[in-house]
Design a protein around this ligand. Structure first.
Ligand code: ATP
Ligand code: RIB
Length: 288
């Protein structure tokens, strides 16, 4: 994929840092069941971190606002962000909580189930957002998710709005959101489950995605291997995903959000940005 080198967009990502403990298995266990899986992987993760890295790899100047524990996982994560040329000045340390961890199972279709122990992510505060206000002021886009406290995310959206910045929200994990918060969001990027939470409509196909999108303002509903459904003002577009061999979908949504933000920040429409994001996310699902 082409990397954008001139006129680098400035993106502030506010979100979680996790270490992912991943096991691949033929299928996901049912409650109460033990199954034997395959290889174990320990990977850097967290929706915030994944989105920050995706945006940085696509050429953006990224500041990541996050929180780690005073432990090895946190320090390893910091090293990784630095090697990705991400500004880590506003990654705070919680002396009392461990760094976030995610337990992830991936089945033979590449589908996953995830439990996050957020640890230090849970204590990212509004005061810490204040410390990074200058970066928000300089940014083209503020990209956030919901693995850090919602009060902090809402507060950051208010500040970003004060400076006329575009706020992109990936409302994951699914949560109910107030209208006052949504009014400060330029585009929301839910997956099927999150779109249902926001609209009250079960999203299974293009028709139900259309009904859900009608209930939300600027929205991109990601539909896994089917692609994404876009509503920009009064225009609705279904944009198919690329057909690829799927190994692991973990983080596909994050790569999508990072790539989408980079392209949008360069003045492209939502639909054009989704085409770019579909391509980036398709690459992500072909690997662990
Ligand atoms: P995850 O939580 O697994 O990171 P998500 O649930 O947030 O993902 P999805 O809607 O599953 O988000 O996928 C996001 C985007 O990733 C899709 O819109 C699509 O562009 C791409 N994608 C996901 N799965 C596939 C697939 N199997 N083949 C090609 N592209 C895919
Ligand atoms: O979206 C995938 C991410 O969700 C994983 O990296 C995991 O850490 C959880 O935050």
């Amino acid at each position: 994929m082409e990397t954008i080198s001139s006129n680098r967009p400035k993106i502030v990502v506010i979100g979680s840092c996790n270490t992912d403990m991943v096991v691949k298995a033929n299928r996901l266990p049912v409650p109460g069941e033990t199954i034997l899986g395959g290889t174990f992987y320990m990977n850097p993760g967290g929706k915030g971190a994944n989105q920050a890295i995706a945006a940085a790899r696509l050429g953006a100047e990224v500041t990541f606002i996050s929180k780690i524990g005073y432990d090895l996982f946190g320090l390893q994560a910091l090293e990784i962000y630095r090697s990705e040329k991400i500004n880590t000045e506003f990654i705070f340390t919680d002396q009392k909580s461990p760094s976030g961890v995610a337990l992830i199972s991936v089945d033979s279709f590449g589908e996953n189930s995830i439990i996050v122990a957020p640890g230090a992510s849970r204590s990212l505060s509004t005061e810490e957002i204040n410390k990074a206000e200058e970066k928000i002021k300089e940014a083209d886009i503020i990209l956030m998710q919901l693995e850090v406290p919602i009060d902090t995310v809402e507060y950051a959206a208010t500040i970003a709005n004060r400076y006329g910045k575009k706020v992109i929200l990936n409302p994951a994990p699914a949560s109910t959101l107030s209208n006052s918060f949504l009014n400060n969001v330029h585009t929301i990027l839910p997956n099927r489950i999150e779109a249902e939470m926001l609209s009250g409509i079960k999203v299974m196909d293009v028709e139900s995605a259309h009904r859900a999108a009608k209930a939300i303002e600027n929205v991109v509903i990601t539909l896994g291997k089917d692609g994404a459904y876009v509503k920009e003002k009064d225009e609705y577009t279904m944009i198919p995903a690329k057909e690829v061999e799927t190994i692991d979908t973990t983080g596909a949504g994050d790569v999508f959000c990072g790539a989408f933000s980079v392209y949008l920040s360069q003045g492209h429409s939502l639909a054009e940005s989704v085409k770019f994001a579909n391509a980036a996310a398709a690459i992500a699902v072909t690997r662990i």
